[in-house]
Ligand binder design. Structure first.
Ligand SMILES: [Zn+2]
Length: 269
């Protein structure tokens, strides 16, 4: 269930803040979830700062992991470089739908982001472990999916902190991304997210699968909204998501056949 404001926010997502997305670097090798490195910790101690290494690859050097600046709006798009797009799935994990989505992603060798609710993680830790094993990136979507703008700062902090804690325990790293339920951020959420080492990630195209509009409508929304830099929002929990599960089997191969490179964020903006 989403508020109308969330759709408006998604539709207005043209103020493109660019994230350096690079699937190769972000993809993690199969095997047990790695022990969190210094880059996975929030507010690293100065005494250990010398251990931090920039994540350098073939491209320009990446910034040393650090507490992100406090933003005043979330990130709506990723870089258009290489015709890349990003897939995001919210509100899970859910035992009825998430495994099917993971199967489809695996079939096409695609990595995605999952914005997880802590209370769902608690009941489905094995699915979060599977996400880690298969190279997906997870983000913090609060514990109980409240409208953050109705909570006080302490309540927001608790919602976000508990969720990062259980994600770390299940995934092997603390999340570096968060998404406010309903796309409803406020100043406290931006500040607290930055304090916890997370960047706020919104979306560009809302599949409206939360409204169960029909599989064909979902497919059409993704295919017509596809463009370099686009972040797609779908849901793998929060209601009957069988349409979402069916639709991705159609639109995912379409995006790949259209030459899009589906990516996940690099570790840090
Ligand atoms: Zn949500």
């Amino acid at each position: 269930m989403l508020l109308a404001g969330a759709a408006a926010l998604g539709a207005a997502g043209t103020a493109g803040l660019v994230v350096a997305g690079d699937g190769e670097e972000a993809a993690r090798p199969p095997g047990p979830a790695p022990v969190p490195g210094p880059q996975a910790r929030q507010a690293p101690l100065k005494s250990s700062a010398f251990r931090l290494q920039p994540l350098t690859g073939g491209g320009p050097p990446r910034s040393v992991p650090r507490r992100p600046r406090v933003r005043t709006e979330p990130i709506f798009r990723i870089s258009e470089r290489g015709r890349q797009m990003m897939l995001t799935f919210d509100d899970g994990p859910n035992p009825d739908y998430t495994p099917h989505i993971l199967d489809t992603l695996a079939k096409h060798d695609v990595r995605a982001m999952f914005f997880l609710c802590g209370e769902c993680v608690e009941a489905n830790r094995h699915l979060v472990a599977r996400m880690a094993e298969e190279g997906h990136v997870v983000g913090n979507h609060t514990w109980t999916h409240p409208l953050l703008t109705t909570l006080d700062r302490g309540e927001i902090k608790s919602e976000m902190e508990r969720t990062s804690d259980i994600i770390e325990a299940s995934y092997g790293e603390r999340p570096q991304w968060f998404r406010a339920p309903y796309g409803a951020w406020n100043r406290a959420a931006f500040q607290l997210g930055a304090e916890m080492g997370m960047e706020p990630m919104a979306w560009t195209v809302d599949t409206t699968d939360w409204d169960t509009p029909g599989t064909d409508v979902i497919i059409e929304r993704v295919e017509s909204g596809a463009a370099p830099g686009v972040v797609v929002l779908s849901h793998d929990a929060g209601g009957d998501r069988s349409q979402t599960v069916e639709a991705i089997q159609e639109w995912l191969p379409y995006l790949l056949d259209s030459g899009y490179r589906l990516t996940v964020p690099s570790r840090r903006v």
